[in-house]
Structures are given as C-alpha cells and as structure tokens.
Ligand binder design. Structure first.
Ligand SMILES: [Cu+2]
Length: 707
C-alpha cells in the first residue's frame, strides 16, 4: 500500500535493542556452564552506536562481521528500518491520525503496522541515512461503512497520506469479534434456539463469527456482515466442538453491531461425547517415557539483537504485523567473506480453508484467516507449554487494539536450534575412514489459534544453505451434528453423531527473491525421458528440461511431482565457479489442487488457488494475493488481476507466490484433537555455491572421524 517510496530514512525510535538484552524472556532447559570452553559457532552482535544506529560486530567466532546489503547499503541500519512498530510508535501514529481529524470518534482501529519501505527505498547508498519509519493506521468507519488508511511519519508525527477506500469491506477487529459473540449470546431469538436444543445457559456457548463472503449480500451493500456458528460446553471444561449446535445461525451487522436475523433450520440431536483432551480430564496417562533433555551448556550459537539474527553464515531480520504475523526480511548468506542476498522478504500472505459440505450454511464455510481477520492478532504467547525445546530466545510482538492502544503478545516468536540428524556422511571402505557431520538448523517460529485450528509456522535455516518453511496443522476439526448414514459423502463421522466435513487448507506464501542481486529470473525444471534412438541406445537416458517463465501469464504453474517439477530462481548476471548462473530452487512438497468448482464463491474470491506458483513483477502495492480487502469480496482481485498485465519477468525484480494445499479428509484419529500434520516447501541452493557449503562444518566433539 505505500504508494510512494520514502525518500530518506532516519531510524531509531523503536530500533533494535542493545546487544545482550533480548526483548523476550529466556527459557532455559539447562543453565549455561561458563567453565566449559568449546569452539563456538560464532554469533555476531549488533551494538548501538552513538548516533542511535546499529552496527554489526563480530562474535567470538570467526564468522561474525558487518552485514552489507545489496547496493552497498548498511544492512544493519536497514534492519532497524524494518523492525516492527514499538508501543510508543503506535501511540504516536494514532495520535497524529486523530489530531488530523482522520479517525472519527466512532472509528475502530484494525491495525497499526510499519509501512515497510519499498525495495527501491531500501537500496540506499551507504552514505545516506536509511528510510524513515512510517506507520500505516488501518481503521474502519462503521457509520460510513468505509475502511480508512492513514500513513504517518512517526518521528515527525506528520500524516504522509490518507485515503478512504470505498467498495471495500474491512476485516473484523478483535473487539468486534468479542462484541459479536456477546451480542449473539444475548439475542432473544438465539436464546430461544438454544432452549429448543436443551441449552439453558448461553454463557457456555461458543459463538464463532465467520466471514460471509459474497453470500446473502449484493455487491453494493457496504455493510460488514458476518454469520455465526455455535457450539456448547455441556460441562464447563468440555471441548465445545463435541456439541455443535447445528442448524442455528445468526447473521450480524458488525458496523451496527446488531443481529439481523436468526435462522433455525431445526435442531439436530447433540452428539453424546465430550471430546476431552486436557491432561487433567483424561485419567491415567502414560508413565513409561524417561526424560529426554536438550542441553546447550554453553548457550545458543545464534546472535540476536533486537530483531536482527545471525547464525552460522546466515543473517536476517524478523518483523511482525497484525495481518501476516511474522515476516522475514533481508535473508543473506555470508560466503567466503561476501554477504550474498537471497530473499528480500518472506511471509505467509493468505490462508483459505474451503469446506466441502454443500449444506445451506455449511457451504458458506470459507475462512480467509489472514484477509478477513489477520493472523498476527491470533498469535499465541508461548509462555506456557513446550512449543519449542532447548535453549530458547523469544521475541515479543506489539500490536494495536481496536482503540489504537498498543498491547503486547509476550513470547510471540520463538528462536531455537535443533539437531536434525545426518548432514552428510561417507565411509571409505578401502581407507577404513568415516566422515560424518550432524545437521543443525535454526528454527524461527510462531503459532496461531484460528478458532478451532492451530497453525504453527516454522522457518528453518540449514548449514547447507537450505531454507525450509513448514506449517504444522493441529487443533480441533470443525464439526456438525450428524444423525444420518455412517458414511456421509462430504465428511467423516469422527465420533458418534459428530461429523467433520472434508476440507482443504491453502497457504499462499509471498517470497521476494534477491538471489545475489535484485534482478532475477525464474525457470521451470522437470525431468523427461529421452526417446530411445541413436543418442539413447539403451533407452535409459533422462534429462532435466528447463523452460524460462518469461512473463506473468506463463508463470502461473501447477506442481507435477511425477516429473520432479520445481522452479529455479537465478541471477543471470552472477555465475558460479563452473560458469553457471547462481540460483536457488523452490522445491514443492506434498500439494494438492483446489477441488471447489472454478466458479464457486471461494475459487472466485481466492483466485490464487488456480495455480501453485505465480511469479509477478515486483510492485510494492501488490501485497496480498486475494487483494487488499478479501472480506465480502466478489473476487477477481489480487494475483489473477495483476497477472493479466503479463509483465516481463526475465531479469527483473520479482515476487514468487507459492500456494501450498493441505488436503484434509478427516479420520477418527483426528478427534478430539488432531495430531499435527505438515505442509511446506524448501528453498535449496542450486549452483549458488561452488561446492557443498557445509564441508567446513566440524565433526561433533563426541563423534570424531576415525581412521
Ligand atoms: Cu484440516
């Protein structure tokens, strides 16, 4: 949305913190032992300079050093530019917007986020100050039914620009979600429906407001509508999804905060179970597991300063906003003293869950968790439990509530290292030697709760140059009461009287590649068999086939695992020691097509589901694959619209959009809480290095190579 790139950039209110004072708490499995001295992997630290800027200094190992961004800019300053807004910055931005009369008293704040500098603005020369910090205040005027956007220069408390956005429906705010729940519980018509189902106490009813999409409303209707599903805790500690109050629905006007209609399609018998999964409710638990400790007696091997992270040869910055949750910025790899950029930015940018039940209201269940709500606001505080193990550092997130006041999510982002088995190995039988290296990875993660579901996002950095993105899906499946056949066509009976509809989870990741520089190209690579003949006399030959994705329409692609299809993003201006362009490849893992009809509401509104890969020319205004405001959209916006421009992609600033589908035909084992399943992709170097970049990983001290 920042249309004009900031011209210059002075940072510092809200920049990274001083080294040695990580912003979150530390969870230690084992206290560090300062008396032991093993070679460290070499964290680097950022120091606050007298000018209020940040300079990277080497850690105790040999791998620290100043980060240099593409174009020679000071990456440490740029990292500070990209840090999320602080509480005081949020307050200052909202105050400036109010003082300018741009936030009416009745307005509700949706989010206050950093207006990120464009790529052009970040390519500042080393001798120029970094871009200014701008805040983007997004609010809704419920009286005029309009989203409002105000961009504020934080340091100067000046409004840079503002706009009203007609014909758009703003996402649901946190307070609206809760107000809607209270409103429905208090509604006489809803209460009458509860009584018809034997439910006397509305306080024990879970009401879930769902986006209404383009159902029940004309495109011209500016009101913000949701509809509600409801579930009952028969006992205070029960799993509410065990008793779905199927057939009872409310239509709510969020702007007026009024129930428009209660539809009771008739009560269905409630399932008998309680869906219990809490440890203190289950009775006897297993007692045959002995302790398994993750010990890092000398502490972590990564460097963390504010939002800047270094580990092994990697450096990057973490951001956070209300819509996308965690964002990665400026992912670089230091290779033989040279800092080489790989990604400018990476984040999940939309999540859509189409459900397959064609019932009267069940067919409306098409959640857009990012565009309709925002997953930053759904982010868990990881203070409790064991989401990560070992020596952990946390980062807190700061967001704005519906009144524009900052609030904190303590321990929103988790950083930790993991041993991941074998990195590489070879036994030379003739020499009798064994060389083996353990694989360690740095994992940066956050977890959200989206109603019944949990999504845990893990970005992992490996010693061999691989970047891995994994989503783990867990939580509770969405249920309906069911009294029909045992083998329903659109779902699975997961417990007596409990139907979990078939559905799919789609995650659209936005990746801004900068492989060894800003201008890249993308090729599709798949393997084909060579026809038998004079050049293939034994019929055994096969070979990869490369095809340049030269324009946006040509770059809309589906996965094809049967031919090993993947996509290589490369820099035609940089070659490796073998004379080939340096590159990274996007390697799909399990994926699936969307099964909803192409003309269905969800397919029209989430047009990006038509393809697994999209590549577009970089445009800082093109940020969200289903458009800026997918709530109640009629479709057509976002990637399908942008790609119609069919811009040239060869040797250009690019954005890659990768859509991962997780197909979910529920099974009884998914009840009452689902074992985590996985979806994701990898980014692997392909000719980016001249040889295995992990050759210099030292053998583990306890596993020395032996002759
Ligand atoms: Cu699922």
């Amino acid at each position: 949305m920042p249309a004009a790139a900031p011209a210059t950039c002075g940072v510092s209110s809200g920049g990274p913190r001083r080294s040695g004072s990580p912003p979150g708490a530390t969870h230690r499995a084992v206290a560090p032992d300062p008396t032991r001295s093993r070679p460290r992997i070499g964290p680097a630290t950022l120091r606050l300079t007298a000018r209020g800027r940040f300079r990277l200094r080497s850690g105790s190992g040999s791998q620290g050093g100043k980060i240099v961004a593409e174009g020679g800019a000071r990456a440490d300053e740029l990292v500070a530019c990209l840090a999320p807004l602080t509480g005081p910055e949020i307050e200052a931005a909202v105050a400036a917007a109010r003082a300018a009369g741009l936030l009416p008293p009745t307005s509700r704040v949706i989010s206050v986020s950093l207006a990120e500098p464009s790529r052009a603005a970040l390519r500042v020369a080393a001798d120029r100050p970094a871009p200014p910090r701008w805040a983007e205040v997004l609010a809704v005027d419920p009286v005029r039914h309009l989203p409002l956007e105000v961009v504020v220069d934080v340091a100067g408390a000046q409004v840079v620009r503002h706009r009203e956005i007609p014909q758009a429906h703003a996402p649901v705010t946190l307070s609206e979600y809760r107000d809607c729940q209270r409103l429905v519980r208090a509604d006489p018509g809803f209460r009458a429906g509860l009584l018809r189902r034997g439910v006397a106490d509305p306080a024990q009813v879970l009401v879930e407001p769902w986006g209404i999409g383009d159902f029940e409303q004309s495109a011209e209707d500016p009101r913000r509508l949701v509809w509600t599903l409801s579930f009952w805790r028969a006992e205070p500690l029960d799993n509410p999804y065990a008793k779905p109050l199927t057939g009872l629905y409310c239509l709510v006007d969020l702007d007026a905060m009024a129930v428009l209609r209660v539809d009771d399609l008739g009560a269905r018998a409630l399932p008998p179970g309680r869906g219990t999964y809490a440890a203190d409710q289950l009775g006897a638990l297993r007692t045959d597991l002995r302790p398994l400790e993750i010990r890092q007696p000398e502490g972590v091997s990564f460097g963390l300063d504010g939002w800047a992270i270094t580990w092994q040869r990697w450096s990057f910055a973490v951001g956070f906003n209300a819509r996308e949750g965690m964002v990665l910025h400026q992912v670089n790899y230091r290779d033989q003293g040279r800092v080489r950029p790989i990604l400018q930015r990476a984040a999940v940018s939309e999540i859509v869950i189409p459900y397959a039940d064609p019932g009267r209201y069940e067919g409306w269940r098409n959640a857009f968790d990012i565009g309709e709500y925002g997953i930053g606001i759904m982010t868990n505080s990881l203070r409790l439990g064991c989401d990560c193990l070992g020596e952990i550092r946390y980062l807190d997130a700061t967001l704005a509530d519906s009144d524009g006041r900052p609030y904190r999510i303590p321990n929103a982002i988790c950083l930790h290292e993991e041993d991941q088995g074998l990195l590489w190995k070879h036994v030379d039988g003739e020499l009798g030697t064994t060389e083996v290296r353990r694989r360690r990875r740095l994992v940066v993660s956050f977890v959200i709760t989206a109603g019944n579901y949990e999504y845990a996002f893990y970005w992992s950095f490996h010693q061999d140059g691989t970047i891995e993105c994994e989503v783990r899906l867990t939580g509770v499946v969405l249920t309906s009461a069911w009294s029909g056949a045992d083998d329903p066509p659109h779902g699975t009976v997961v417990a007596p009287g409990t139907l979990a509809a078939h559905h799919q989870h789609f995650f659209c990741f936005r990746l801004d590649p900068t492989v060894d520089g800003p201008r890249n190209r993308v090729e599709e690579v798949e393997t084909v068999a060579v026809p038998p003949g004079p050049t293939n006399p034994y019929g055994n030959a096969f070979a990869p086939r490369r095809r340049l994705l030269a324009t946006e329409l040509a770059a809309r692609r589906l996965c094809d695992p049967l031919h090993g299809r993947h996509w290589v993003v490369s820099n035609p201006h940089r070659r490796n020691a073998l004379g080939r362009p340096v590159g990274y490849r996007l390697v799909p893992q399990d994926n699936v097509v969307a099964f909803a009809d192409p003309q269905s509401s969800v397919r029209r509104r989430a047009g990006f589901l038509d393809h697994h890969l999209w590549v577009t020319a970089y445009d800082p205004d093109q940020r969200h694959p289903a458009g800026e405001f997918p709530a109640q959209s009629i479709g057509g916006d976002g990637l399908p619209r942008w790609a119609r421009a069919d811009r040239d992609l060869d040797d250009a600033e690019l954005v890659m959009w990768y859509v991962v589908g997780s197909h979910h035909i529920p099974r009884p084992e998914d009840w009452p809480v689902m074992p985590a399943t996985r979806a994701g992709f990898r980014l692997e170097p392909v000719g980016f290095f001249d040889a295995n970049p992990a050759l210099d990983v030292a053998p583990s001290p306890d596993c020395e190579s032996r002759r």
